[in-house]
Design a protein around this ligand. Structure first.
Ligand SMILES: C[S@@+](CC[C@H](N)C(=O)[O-])C[C@H]1O[C@@H](n2cnc3c(N)ncnc32)[C@H](O)[C@@H]1O
Length: 269
């Protein structure tokens, strides 16, 4: 209880600090390097503060915002064998060789089990859903192990809607069960209007309409703490970049002439 009260004190303190009017030059000058705690949308922030006793209520609800499983940063690990290299192989076995608590961020887009022809996949991306989730869980277990405390895990996933398997929810549940903290979900709008409108035979019929998705999902998790440990003097993001990138909807369309470039997964920003 004392710990919770101390945390509340700390948070209230930072709240006061954050709602202070920002210095004029920080509001106008977009090219000023981003400094944590300088928040330019003050009006917006005040609007969000309509809830009274917000911090106490957060503690009653018991979310994971203030959760810190390990307080001290991980010990540095020698990664010279791995850094600046592209390693090709089965992710599960390659990950097994990587030291624990050594990776800052994992970004992955696993096969979706759509039945696509991937060069190295002899099962043609079509396995029983149970086997698919077992394999993913084995890879996730290794990912969770190698991540540093506060490290981020981003998984781009697209359910196979015609099989009615909510893959993004199921993967999220697997990651929660491994003890990772859910940080958020990015809606990746691909403006993909080629996707089909309806199950065959039900055109203009309410019997089995097919919902049309032009977007994919990116689920984001962290290990042990929502806060990423590291030295603040290494932060080089600008205010305008920060504002743009924390917006949880991305609009990035696929490259139209992928064949020309000979790559199957290219996108235009
Ligand atoms: C949805 S695609 C993602 C493509 C990726 N974004 C890119 O730019 O190449 C899934 C990829 O995972 C690869 N893959 C399938 N099984 C794998 C495994 N066990 N280990 C590593 N990669 C695998 C497939 O060959 C395919 O390239």
């Amino acid at each position: 209880m004392k710990e919770a009260k101390d945390m509340m004190k700390k948070s209230t303190h930072s709240l006061k600090y954050k709602t202070r009017k920002p210095k004029k030059h920080l509001v106008k000058e977009e090219s000023v390097p981003f400094k944590p705690n300088h928040y330019s949308d003050v009006k917006l922030l005040q609007r969000e503060r309509k809830v009274k006793n917000r911090i106490e209520k957060e503690f009653i609800r018991g979310g994971t915002k203030y959760q810190v499983i390990h307080h001290s940063p991980d010990k540095p690990v020698d990664l010279s064998k791995w850094s600046n290299r592209i390693i090709c192989g089965d992710s599960e076995s390659v990950l097994k060789e990587i030291p624990s608590n050594s990776i800052d961020i994992i970004i992955t887009s696993p096969p979706y089990n759509f039945g696509l022809d991937y060069d190295s996949d002899h099962k043609n991306d079509a396995v029983k859903w149970e086997d698919y989730f077992v394999k993913l869980n084995q890879v996730w277990t290794e990912c969770a192990r190698v991540l540093k405390t506060g490290g981020r895990f981003c998984v781009n996933i697209q359910p196979l809607f015609s099989d009615y398997i909510p893959t993004h929810h199921m993967v999220s549940k697997q990651l929660l069960d491994l003890g990772l903290l859910w940080k958020g979900e990015i809606l990746w709008e691909k403006n993909n209007y080629n996707c089909k409108y309806t199950a065959w035979g039900s055109w203009c019929s309410p019997s089995m309409p097919y919902l049309k998705y032009t977007w994919e999902f990116v689920e984001i998790f962290c290990k042990g703490s929502h806060k990423k440990f590291g030295s603040s003097n290494k932060i080089d993001i600008r205010g305008d970049e920060f504002k743009k990138w924390v917006y949880a909807k991305w609009v990035i369309a696929p490259e139209r002439n992928m064949k020309e470039f000979g790559h199957p997964a290219m996108f235009r920003n």
